[in-house]
Design a protein around this ligand. Structure first.
Ligand SMILES: [Zn+2]
Length: 278
């Protein structure tokens, strides 16, 4: 199971800006309450509270759609924000109303609705003020696309963590998941088990450069579709066809032909080449 990472969410964000920026929200229909409350994880935020906040957004104009790591942020004319996390299988589809949607948004002058589809029901909507959003931003690392230099100064905190796990830590760098971390470490020639502390200045330079490259390639090919990811119009991405090693353990390395290895790091299955990565 692959969750949407920065390139997949960025592909959706761009399309949302094209089609919904400047639109006025005319209706919000929450069919599955856990879309607002999560599954018991949001302590203190009741469904009624969140629903009231959300319903205040009806009549507001969408000023634009930003991204915070792997989440989408709708900026509203009321100065409030709506954060959407797709998590594992969440999809946003702009189409006729779909019967399987957990929630739907309609817009003035737009015949299509924005459906939130989610087979595993882990995605969430969070209406929030600018203060809450700022707190969230402070807890989130720099965006992986903007920040080409992997921030080495946090080495004190992360020194014993394996570099693959560090890249997945959203408080360290935002937007990276298993697919693009695996690809970036392969391109940079760095073993995923290496500790953060062991990386040299040159390792960080190559890693920052290659992370940017794999993410940009992911966006160019409109994201990776292995199982559930689709774009705003329910189309699959093509980026999976351009990956070097992700999901290919047991096959030959595309560079040296040695069999690609599989290991587990912080619970995630990770593929690497024991000859090309050091
Ligand atoms: Zn190799």
């Amino acid at each position: 199971m692959n969750m949407p990472e920065l390139p997949e969410v960025e592909t959706i964000r761009k399309a949302l800006n094209v089609h919904l920026k400047g639109r006025r929200i005319s209706g919000i229909d929450i069919i599955d309450p856990t879309l607002l409350t999560g599954h018991g994880r949001n302590n203190g935020s009741s469904f009624e509270n969140a629903e009231r906040q959300l319903h205040r957004m009806i009549g507001c104009t969408i000023k634009g759609i930003d991204r915070l790591g792997k989440s989408l942020i709708f900026k509203l004319s009321s100065k409030d924000f709506l954060l959407m996390s797709l998590r594992m299988t969440g999809r946003l589809v702009l189409s006729r109303p779909l019967p399987s949607a957990r929630g739907r948004f309609s817009f003035k002058g737009e015949p299509r609705v924005l459906n939130f589809i989610d087979r595993r029901r882990l995605g969430e909507l969070h209406p929030m003020s600018s203060e809450t959003l700022n707190d969230l931003r402070k807890r989130t690392g720099p965006d992986a696309l903007q920040h080409w230099e992997v921030p080495r100064e946090s080495a004190r905190k992360e020194s014993r963590a394996k570099i693959h796990a560090t890249l997945l830590d959203q408080g360290f760098i935002a937007g990276v998941g298993n697919i693009y971390a695996t690809e970036a470490l392969f391109r940079a020639g760095i073993k995923p088990q290496r500790t953060f502390k062991s990386l040299t200045r040159d390792d960080f330079r190559r890693l920052g450069r290659d992370l940017g490259r794999v993410l940009e390639a992911g966006i160019r090919h409109r994201g990776c579709t292995f199982d559930s990811y689709r774009d705003l119009f329910n189309r699959s991405g093509r980026a999976q066809k351009y990956l070097n090693i992700y999901g290919k353990a047991g096959q030959a390395c595309p560079v040296c032909r040695r069999i690609l290895q599989f290991t587990r790091i912080s619970g995630r299955g990770v593929t690497y080449c024991s000859r090309c990565q050091h």
